[in-house]
Design a protein around this ligand. Structure first.
Ligand SMILES: NC(=O)C1=CN([C@@H]2O[C@H](COP(=O)(O)OP(=O)(O)OC[C@H]3O[C@@H](n4cnc5c(N)ncnc54)[C@H](OP(=O)(O)O)[C@@H]3O)[C@@H](O)[C@H]2O)C=CC1
Ligand SMILES: CCCCCC(=O)O
Length: 457
């Protein structure tokens, strides 16, 4: 790819182009990052690094509207949701600025061998491969814990969000991070493989598709590098017969339409108890189909475009195939004619296990609805998935909700709330949704050398 293009998915207009980095630039970036790792910046006192994170949080807060507008123009997210993403980025930076030193304190291990403890050290240069759907948040989830720990990062962002990638790198430097702490590289996927193979790279974090995750994990495995993967999901939204139906509908619509449905932890499979199914479907369909499609920068818009023409075309093909194999359209089911990458809010029912849609993630405003007779059937259906990322359960009986949450095979379950994220809580999944955890005390240790030291007694 000769250049990275910023194209507004609301009107297909080219906003700006960035030249790709050539081999010399990539080699220089790796040299600088590796030198930084071997310097006192990475291996010395933590506080100078945490001060950079605090400054970064303040910078992000001070430039929130500018950053939000860049993201909305470049990948189509509603301006209000982009503001929310920017806010959580400063929350993550501040969380690690305020908590990393405590989290990384040596941990004592009582032992007959003598005084024993585990201390936490950076492991070296990392590669981060990130997607377009949360163009700042996905970067901050890797930057903040690893800058606190001392791992320099070479970042390869999705090719459709070069402006977000560029402005993020500039913010990190403006916050006082030295060259090499976070380097954005406009490079190809082949060049990612070359970086992973380099002895100076010690790990790779990826968020994105199974396809990308599988390729990167294979390269990491081949070269014995640690990896974390946060991939797709087909999360359930289980509404039991005693749920607060109005609240479940309200949040169900949000959970399906937020970011135009392009969220790995979005509610995708709505599993309804038969006693409330008709009422839920009626209210949910009315609310979903009344979404206001339009320019993401317009505060009145409630459903923006998909991130690209490719994403829209993929969804058109996926829904058409589901219907061909017997799924029933309750509402929607078509792309919106005209400029932009818009798709109608859509509900599919009657999806049987022999329909390809049954095991597919719909990365767009498309809800699948299933009806069950009891809690066991809800859990069995929830777990009949290649994915295991998140999910939510709606019931007024918390004990009942906790039981289902423990039985659902995912990395995260919310009771009486749509899935969410926050710096102090771990994020990640199982099965084909990937492995490893981001954020919280777990995320900062994924790429740490958790070194045992024993003083013989
Ligand atoms: N878990 C999540 O949050 C997300 C999941 N997805 C999933 O991915 C699907 C498709 O979205 P899409 O944008 O195509 O996601 P991709 O997986 O293609 O892109 C994610 C990142 O991986 C990079 N990448 C892709 N293939 C390789 C490779 N072989 N080696 C190294 N890096 C690679 C991409 O680079 P480039 O852009 O240059 O291709 C991008 O930076 C969605 O339908 C959804 O299921 C997508 C976004 C976020
Ligand atoms: C606010 C939810 C963040 C989800 C990030 C993802 O799609 O990977």
């Amino acid at each position: 790819m000769s250049s990275y293009q910023s194209i507004n998915p609301a009107n297909n207009q080219l906003l700006k182009s960035w030249p790709s980095h050539d081999e010399a630039a990539v080699s220089h970036a790796l040299d600088v990052a590796d030198r930084l790792f071997h310097s006192s910046w990475s291996k010395g006192e933590i506080q100078p690094r945490l001060q950079v994170l605090k400054k970064l949080a303040d910078l992000i807060d001070s430039r929130a509207e500018e950053l939000a507008t860049i993201a909305s123009k470049e990948m189509g997210k509603l301006i209000g949701q982009s503001r929310g993403e920017v806010k959580i980025c400063s929350q993550i930076a501040r969380y690690y600025a305020e908590n990393a030193e405590r989290i990384l304190q040596p941990q004592s291990y009582p032992s007959e061998l003598g005084e024993a403890w585990v201390e936490y050290h950076p492991i070296g240069v990392l590669v981060a491969v990130e997607p377009w759907n949360f163009p700042y948040y996905q970067l901050m989830r890797v930057l903040a814990p690893n800058l606190a720990l001392g791992n320099p990062v070479l970042a390869k962002h999705a090719n459709i969000v070069p402006h977000c990638a560029d402005v993020f790198e500039k913010l990190v430097r403006e916050a006082g991070a030295p060259e090499g702490a976070w380097t954005n590289l406009f490079i190809s996927t082949d060049q990612v493989a070359d970086l992973i193979a380099d002895d100076r790279v010690q790990g790779v974090a990826l968020t994105g598709s199974e396809r990308a995750g599988s390729a990167v994990a294979e390269q990491a495995g081949k070269h014995l590098k640690k990896s974390t993967l946060e991939l797709g999901g087909n999360d359930v939204f289980v509404v039991l017969d005693d749920a607060d139906l109005d609240e479940a509908v309200r949040q169900g619509v949000q959970a399906r339409l937020s970011n135009c449905g392009q969220v790995c932890t979005a509610a995708k499979r709505f599993i309804l108890h038969e006693k409330i199914a008709d009422r839920f479907i009626s209210q949910f369909s009315a609310a979903l189909s009344s979404a206001t499609l339009g320019d993401p920068l317009d505060e009145k818009t409630t459903l923006g475009p998909l991130s690209s023409a490719d994403a829209r075309d993929r969804l058109v093909k996926q829904v058409d195939e589901a219907v061909t194999h017997g799924a029933k359209l309750v509402t929607g089911g078509k792309a919106v004619e005209g400029a932009g990458c818009f798709y109608q809010p859509t509900i599919l029912t009657g999806i049987t296990p022999d329909n390809p849609a049954y095991y597919q993630e719909f990365f767009g405003p498309v809800a699948q609805i299933y009806v069950v007779g009891d809690d066991n059937a809800a859990v069995a259906l929830a777990n009949d998935s290649h994915y295991g990322l998140g999910g939510s359960v709606w019931t007024r009986d918390t004990a009942r909700g906790r039981k289902l949450a423990s039985a659902i095979e995912t990395g995260m379950v919310f009771i009486n709330s749509q899935s969410d994220t926050s710096a102090e809580l771990p994020f990640g999944g199982v099965k084909r949704s990937g492995y490893g955890r981001e954020l919280s005390d777990l995320g900062i240790k994924e790429f740490a050398n958790q070194k045992l030291v024993v003083v013989a007694g």
